[in-house]
Design a protein around this ligand. Structure first.
Ligand code: NI
Length: 202
């Protein structure tokens, strides 16, 4: 029995390795690029229905016709989120009228504490055009984790149940006028840096 198992394992490894090699070589084939791009679009983005910071229910269709610059985070975040939102806001100001092509969005990963009222105050403190999006726990989980594929996880504080934090990916997405994925900007170091990275896409 044992030698057969070993043969099966070895065969499995060979088939797996060959598949991986095939995929790697295919992705270097220029004709394969189209497939890769359309797969990427299908993986990130899609329909959603959430509540904006003014209390209005909005869907992905309400953002059609403009690009979306989406940052995912939560208002209780001590430093990363406010830092990123400051960089995004300053980059929009640096881009001037070019930035009109973009709707900046802050999507919460903490819908329990980030109510519409909390979001309204928070986004206004960064940029007049920044749109805050929240929703029910299920709506946020569906939209952030499944539609936009952003990781987040609530981390409990046993001493203070209300003082939990949320681990989350710090990622800025640029989506096109139809809501399809264009590019992500990971941790921009400065407003100048982000503005220059965004400019070719506006
Ligand atoms: Ni954060």
């Amino acid at each position: 029995m044992r030698p057969i198992l070993i043969v099966l394992v070895v065969l499995g490894a060979i088939v797996g390795g060959a598949t991986a090699l095939l995929m790697m070589s295919s992705s270097q084939d220029p004709n394969f690029g189209q497939t890769v791009r359309s797969t990427g679009k299908a993986l990130i983005g899609g329909p959603f229905s959430l509540i904006d910071h003014t209390g209005k229910r909005v869907t992905n269709n309400d953002f059609r016709g403009k690009k979306m610059l989406i940052y995912f985070g939560f208002t209780h975040c001590p430093d990363i989120c406010p830092g990123s939102l400051q960089v995004i806001s300053a980059a929009l100001d640096k881009l001037g009228s070019q930035a009109d092509a973009v709707t900046p969005i802050f999507m919460t990963v903490d819908p329990e504490r980030d109510t519409q009222k909390v979001m309204a105050e928070y986004v206004a403190s960064f940029h007049p055009r920044l749109v805050g999006l929240t929703g029910t726990k299920d709506e946020i989980e569906q939209t952030v984790k499944k539609t936009y594929r952003i990781y987040y996880k609530k981390v409990a504080n046993p001493d203070q149940p209300d003082a939990y934090t949320v681990d989350h990916a710090s990622m800025i997405y640029l989506m096109d006028e139809r809501g399809e994925f264009v590019k992500f900007f990971a941790h921009p170091t400065s407003a100048d840096d982000l503005a220059e990275q965004m400019r070719p896409y506006l």
